[in-house]
Design a binder for this molecule. Structure first.
Ligand SMILES: [Zn+2]
Length: 207
């Protein structure tokens, strides 16, 4: 493993606390890339791409129980993120950066503003602050959700273009049958992912 992957592995292992088991070349449908395999049975996500690190990760614990095509599909989806077109990057990266900042700022505001107001029993200040936090959180979602939709749309289209409609639909079915989704996860999926129907429609429209 050369220097850059080694550095990535250190960040993934010690800062992002991922249980990395190997770093290997993966190829599917004419695409080839090195990926990190990790194990986490508590993590429901199958794979992820970490933008500023340029690392693709696949969760061995989740993928092991699925068909082979599923690994190819998630691999191609993450490579889709990695190879995002410049226009998608321009459209999404600044907004993504702002929403990440908000995600850090909101808990900080709770700690520095809401809890002290609770302690000194300042009801009016407290209500105003809570209202302010709701507005900020809402703005965060308002920026984050469409941004993620654009990113996920491009990644899904990248995958379906390579594996084809039949395989894509099989993977969606498998994903739904496997999923132990809680309401929170369903809500997250709704906020972040375009519906597979829309992806198929776009794919058929373009091809
Ligand atoms: Zn994605």
């Amino acid at each position: 493993m050369s220097f850059v992957p080694k550095l990535r592995k250190i960040i993934l292992k010690y800062i992002l606390r991922k249980n990395i088991v190997s770093y290997e070349k993966y190829s599917a449908y004419g695409e080839e890339s090195n990926i990190f395999w990790y194990r986490d049975s508590g993590d429901l996500s199958i794979a992820k791409y970490i933008p500023f690190l340029g690392a693709v990760l696949i969760n061995k614990d989740v993928i092991e129980d699925t068909e082979n095509i599923m690994a190819d599909y998630v691999f191609l989806h993450e490579i889709g993120h990695k190879n995002a077109t410049l226009i998608v990057k321009i459209l999404t990266y600044p907004a993504l950066f702002i929403s990440v900042l908000l995600m850090v700022a909101i808990p900080l505001m709770y700690i520095t503003v809401v809890f002290p107001s609770l302690l000194i029993n300042q009801q009016t200040i407290l209500y105003e602050n809570i209202l302010g936090l709701f507005v900020v959180s809402f703005l965060g979602i308002l920026i984050y959700s469409p941004t993620r939709h654009i990113m996920e749309f491009q990644a899904e289209y990248y995958a379906i273009k390579r594996i084809g409609k039949e395989n894509y639909l099989r993977c969606q079915e498998e994903r739904n049958s496997e999923s132990k989704d809680s309401i929170m996860l369903k809500l997250r999926r709704f906020l972040e992912y375009p519906s597979p129907k829309r992806i198929v429609w776009f794919y058929e429209f373009r091809n």
